[in-house]
Write a protein that binds this ligand. Structure first.
Ligand SMILES: C[S@@+](CC[C@H](N)C(=O)[O-])C[C@H]1O[C@@H](n2cnc3c(N)ncnc32)[C@H](O)[C@@H]1O
Length: 444
């Protein structure tokens, strides 16, 4: 494809995202490319990169367009991105819209005038800080964070907020987990290297491998043979902290498509039993294929349905219960840049109620001396420490296991990535997604 055709396709993809504002962008992009199978791998990446570039900077681009009294159409967003993020000159932006077959229509008179206004403002605002950021922007736009997360993020990060916000803007590396049921981390790295994928061992997780950027690893033989899984290092740490040992009875209460179940099965060496539960049938169904590929044969599934008595019948039966709770996902915004545009304070309130409900079910399932691990991929204290402290008030038989102790108990080398009672990882401090985990030990 020509650069102009790629740009036109990115505009079409952005229009598809705009038409389905509540749906995750990667699902929309998958449909978009599935309907256009003629687009090759390199072109896909270029189109998606351009569209994600706009999504990543959407709050700031909207601010600039609103300032110019311009509607944020996909065309104008792309034009503004070329001008303000890439720093192109107006004439060069105009040339990116040449018209004709497969290319975007030339910018019309009004669009061109708006573009020139933006360029003039960009050029004359002496106090422009860097790239897109302007001192007149409200704080949330400057930080590229929605206003509703600011109180929680301020409480979490204090004067490191700007640093963390900046780290959340950049695309994440691609983390893989070596599947110990099929070989060592070195075996997985060698298999990947043989296919041209050079990766580095991760800092904290003894199973992790990191590729510097997103690549289509699911097409590799290492992946189809089950030697690796795609999993952020922070997520691997949560599975490790669950301390699921061979022979134990483990419940993964919010298993989704089994991302953490697979890792738990590996620490259990396929011995003992894991029950992967979820309320979402298609997601849980998706785990079956993954279990097969990874060689997991100690996992069963349970779909929660309204009025379900499954948990009641299994009270006190589990050595380990993992609650990888549904959450706002604020810790994964570098990986899912559209999520910050789709999620709001109403979601936070609903999710907190859900987390509390799931935690109360989980508490019943844990046997005496057993452990409940509560985890989120959110960095908002409301979903993390506050949720845990509410739980500890309601369930006085549980106490947090300090992180250093939980880390050592799980057989991990070196220091834990965080001290204190809980695990908190963040993009700026640990180079992982933002995760929270509390290991709660049942005394009685
Ligand atoms: C963070 S995701 C889980 C990701 C998964 N553990 C993994 O590692 O890939 C949260 C999951 O909670 C599920 N969920 C939502 N409400 C639930 C409930 N009441 N009980 C159990 N699972 C629930 C969602 O369907 C979603 O799959």
């Amino acid at each position: 494809m020509t650069p102009a055709a790629r740009l036109a396709a990115a505009i079409e993809l952005l229009e598809a995202l705009e038409a389905q504002p509540r749906r995750p962008a990667d699902a929309i992009a998958n449909d978009f490319f599935r309907a256009r199978r003629f687009i090759g791998g390199g072109d896909r990446r270029a189109i998606a990169d351009r569209a994600w570039g706009v999504v990543r900077q959407r709050m700031r681009l909207d601010w600039w367009l609103a300032w110019a009294k311009c509607r944020p159409t996909a065309r104008m967003l792309v034009a503004a991105e070329l001008l303000l993020v890439e720093g192109q000159e107006v004439e060069s932006v105009l040339r990116a819209f040449p018209g004709g077959q497969y290319a975007a229509e030339p910018l019309n008179v009004l669009e061109e005038r708006l573009l020139r206004t933006l360029a003039h403002h960009r050029g004359t605002a002496a106090e422009v800080v860097t790239g897109l950021v302007h001192p007149d922007m409200p704080e949330e736009v400057r930080l590229n964070l929605p206003a509703w997360v600011l109180p929680g993020f301020r409480a979490r990060f204090g004067d490191r907020l700007a640093e963390e916000a900046a780290a959340m803007e950049h695309a994440a590396p691609l983390d893989l987990r070596a599947n110990l049921l099929k070989g060592t981390r070195e075996d997985a790295a060698a298999a990947l290297a043989a296919e041209g994928y050079e990766c580095e061992p991760t800092r904290w997780s003894p199973w992790g491998l990191r590729l510097p950027s997103r690549r289509p690893v699911t097409a590799t033989k290492a992946f189809t043979d089950g030697l690796i899984e795609v999993q952020d290092e922070g997520s691997q740490l949560i599975a490790l902290l669950t301390d699921a040992r061979p022979g134990l009875r483990v419940a993964d209460l919010c298993a989704g498509a089994g991302g953490k179940t697979l890792a738990l099965a590996a620490t259990m060496r396929n011995k003992g039993r894991i029950t992967a539960c979820d309320v979402n049938a298609p997601r849980l169904e998706g785990a079956v294929r993954r279990f097969r590929r990874a060689g997991v044969d100690n996992a069963e599934r349970h779909l929660f349905e309204p009025g379900d008595r499954w948990a009641k019948r299994r009270a006190g039966q589990f050595d380990r219960v993992l609650v990888d709770a549904p959450c706002t996902g604020t810790g994964t915004w570098r990986r899912n840049p559209d999520a910050r545009l789709r999620t709001g304070s109403q979601d936070l309130a609903e999710l907190r109620a859900k987390q509390r409900e799931i935690l109360d079910i989980a508490a019943e399932l844990v046997r005496a001396e057993g452990r409940l691990v509560y985890a989120t991929c959110s960095l908002l204290p409301e979903e993390d420490e506050d949720q845990v402290s509410g739980f500890l008030d309601r369930h006085t038989g549980f106490a947090p296991l300090p992180m250093a102790e939980a880390w050592a108990a799980a057989g991990m080398n070196g220091d834990a990535p965080a001290g204190g009672k809980y695990l908190v990882t963040s993009p700026a401090q640990h180079g992982t997604d933002g995760f929270f985990a509390a290991v709660l030990q049942r005394r009685s």
